[in-house]
Design a protein around this ligand. Sequence first.
Ligand SMILES: NC(=O)c1ccc[n+]([C@@H]2O[C@H](COP(=O)([O-])OP(=O)(O)OC[C@H]3O[C@@H](n4cnc5c(N)ncnc54)[C@H](OP(=O)(O)O)[C@@H]3O)[C@@H](O)[C@H]2O)c1
Length: 321
Amino acid sequence: MKLRKIRYGIMGTARIIDRFVGAVRASEKGEVRAIASRSLEKARERADGLGIYTVYGSYEDLAKDPDLDVIYVPTINHAHKENAMLALLNGKHVLVEKPMTLSEKDARELFDYARKQNLFIMEAQKSLFLPVTDEVKGILQNQELGKVHLFEYTISIPEVGFRWFYDRKSGGGALYGSGNYILAHAMNLTEEKLTKATGLATLSEEGVDLQCAFVLKSENGALIEGKITTMVQADSVLRIFGEKGKIEIHDFWKAREATVEIYGESVRKISHPVEFEMVYEVDHVNACLEKGLHESRVMKSLYSIESAKITDDLWAQFLKA
Ligand SMILES: NC(=O)c1ccc[n+]([C@@H]2O[C@H](COP(=O)([O-])OP(=O)(O)OC[C@H]3O[C@@H](n4cnc5c(N)ncnc54)[C@H](OP(=O)(O)O)[C@@H]3O)[C@@H](O)[C@H]2O)c1
């Protein structure tokens, strides 16, 4: 018997959707059925380019489409809460882009509502589903590096070219853009809550952080350092240091490779080539929906809520400094 596909609708015509559509099509069980924009013309244009059949000129109409199971929300950051809630209110499961919300309170509201309605919602943190991440996590759990004391994350995105990046209220800036990548990834690897963060930022004239740096501690005492810059070209790399060795992952949020060195013994490469790295996340969402879950056991609500809380704390510090 052929099982029915999981039917996705896309809210908005963001640049990221080309990669998402590629990933859904590469997934085993997903299909993209519809797209909406606040402008029907824009939606039509993107639908033609991507080969999507059903087109809507409003997010409300998309949310009401009875032929959809799940709505992907890759809108401007400050609209995530409202757009995700619109989908939930219309009985749809939701995959919402990072950062899930701009406040802890909003993240809690989305999870609470979804739980009550028996609907699934997850923040799109693709890095947690990469085979490279899984393998690295296994290495840490098997203590191959011995006790791990230091995680150094650097993300460099010097080519930011979109307007809302320079507006903090829209959810622009380095921390809202990429801080959640680091926080969710670190919580997933350590499976621990992170303690209060300390951080500094370089603010633009408009008041967004063009770059920021922060440090946190895991419950086990490891230090987690995060640096995000849009001002210079730096090496986007995660280095994990244990007493017996280290792991290096370039572009950890979309990594296909990592290097594991056990000091004085071996250096080996992990390699998982793939065209659309979001495919693992999409396969995971499909599996959660088939099981009738309302929350992912990998990208947990706790991670989204804690990330939002830490981001709020850091912003308070950036503004005081
Ligand atoms: N997971 C990843 O790998 C990844 C990578 C990049 C970005 N992202 C996330 O994906 C989301 C989209 O990022 P992007 O860079 O692709 O965005 P973008 O190209 O700037 O598009 C944002 C979309 O938001 C919609 N929107 C809704 N309300 C809006 C408003 N008031 N002003 C402007 N646009 C509004 C627009 O769709 P309509 O005009 O069609 O309605 C617009 O196309 C962000 O949350 C970002 O953090 C994720």
